[in-house]
Design a protein around this ligand. Structure first.
Ligand SMILES: [Mn+2]
Length: 433
């Protein structure tokens, strides 16, 4: 038994506002599908975020159809759950469209049962748990859920047979804790029994072993942000080049994952620093020479001199497919700033007030000071302003706005009465058919 575990495809993501980046994501998905077929998988699992948005464009849907067709041709069933990016608050998502086309099976809790060659529906209270079946392996899972929804959902995702795969689009504490600064929704102890945990949501590939089982994240299929750079380049005194992370999918054989790499466009994470402009420019060109012309560079330049960043951007844009350069001025010595005396900024009253607020002055004392300042003393203008204010306030009090009685009895349009969830179906709320 062998299957492909794919996640976070993010079709339609025009990264850096560049339409060709969305094509890169589609190409990566296609490359993965071809490789999975080549490796003779029995089925495919897509652990959420197939689309970057819940309402993908026709072009993006076409990209999904074209790649999923590769599996369809080979009679390889595909099981998928919606992720946080592509789940919808409507009844029908793009996943259901693909399901109607026979290109994938949406697994999880649903309002109506689904039947098919590789799906079974199990009635639980008033909903159906739709799961995949391939040979003696059960494929369970559900769409991305909030932490409090998971408490109710997870206990329902219990397998009936010995061999099972649990597909979820969530962050698990134990995996996130290692080095990722990310919120999590569940811990390993919350998880129901499964032979393999096919997860999505974390965009870095991660394989976490516990009690001989694996919770694995294949990572996003393409480089989603700078943390997923292919090369990390730092140039201060010496030029240092380091490999970033790999992109691909997990080939799972007898519930043991193996990472299969695919080629993607290079994404360079670059930082160059020099005291002077000339040194910085020299280092910049030296780095550019080392980069693939089709690559993307996100660079940070640090220099003691002021620099025309636009000029650097122009040069980089000619040399690469896309570049973004930020500049940070570094200062050798921090200039001493002479602190002015408070007395230069504040008047006598304000200084007194500051003293009181700093010390342990009690509220009454501060209050008296303010009252004295504004209401007594010879400041006629201030006194007048104060009088006006008091007058206004008095008027407001004696002439209350007439209550709009009619309005009150009318129900406010568009606002539904919220009822407390009574059944599992009510609890699951939006998004299910
Ligand atoms: Mn994602």
């Amino acid at each position: 038994m062998k299957f492909a575990h794919i996640a976070d495809v993010h079709l339609g993501y025009e990264q850096y506002n560049q339409p060709w980046r969305a094509e890169d994501f589609a190409k990566a998905f296609m490359a993965i599908a071809e490789k999975a077929v080549e490796r003779d998988v029995d089925f495919v699992v897509i652990a959420g975020d197939l689309f970057h948005r819940s309402l993908p464009s026709p072009r993006t849907i076409k990209e999904a159809v074209e790649t999923l067709w590769i599996f369809r041709k080979e009679n390889i069933p595909v099981f998928a759950v919606e992720g946080n990016h592509d789940k919808t608050s409507r009844d029908i998502s793009a996943y259901h469209l693909l399901e109607s086309l026979g290109l994938l099976n949406v697994i999880g809790l649903r309002r109506s049962p689904v039947s098919g060659d590789n799906v079974r529906s199990l009635k639980i209270q008033n909903v159906y748990l739709v799961k995949g079946v391939v040979g003696d392996v059960e494929i369970l899972g559900d769409r991305h859920r909030s932490r409090w929804q998971l408490e109710k959902v997870l206990p329902l995702l219990k397998p009936e047979s010995e061999k099972s795969v649990l597909v979820l689009h969530q962050a698990v504490k134990e995996v996130v804790d290692i080095e990722l600064d990310m919120a999590y929704e569940l811990t390993i102890s919350d998880l129901p029994e499964a032979s393999y945990y096919a997860f999505g949501h974390i965009h870095m590939p991660r394989i976490y072993e516990f009690n001989g089982r694996f919770i694995a994240y294949p990572g996003s299929v393409e480089r989603y942000d700078l943390r997923e750079a292919s090369r990390i380049i730092r140039y201060k005194s010496d030029l240092a080049l380091k490999d970033g992370i790999k992109k691909g999918f997990l080939l799972v054989k007898n519930f043991k994952p193996e990472f299969v790499e695919i080629g993607t466009r290079e994404l360079y994470d670059v930082e160059i620093e020099d005291e002077g402009f000339e040194g910085l420019e020299k280092k910049f060109f030296e780095v550019l020479e080392k980069l693939d012309k089709e690559g993307v560079m996100i660079a940070k330049l640090k220099c003691g001199d002021a620099v025309d960043v636009r000029r650097f951007n122009e040069v980089a844009a000619k040399r690469l497919r896309y570049a973004e350069i930020r500049f940070e001025r570094i200062f050798e010595e921090v200039e001493e700033v002479e602190l002015k005396q408070e007395s230069e900024f504040f008047n006598e009253f304000e200084l007194k007030l500051l003293d009181l607020l700093r010390g342990e002055a009690d509220e009454d004392e501060v209050y008296r000071l303010i009252v004295d300042h504004y209401l007594s003393g010879g400041d006629v203008e201030k006194q007048e302003v104060m009088d006006e204010k008091i007058q206004e306030m008095a008027e407001e009090q004696t002439e209350p706005e007439p209550e709009p009685v009619e309005e009150k009895t009318k129900p406010i349009e568009g606002k539904k009465e919220t009822k407390k969830p009574k059944t599992l179906l009510d609890f699951l709320g939006e998004g299910e058919e």
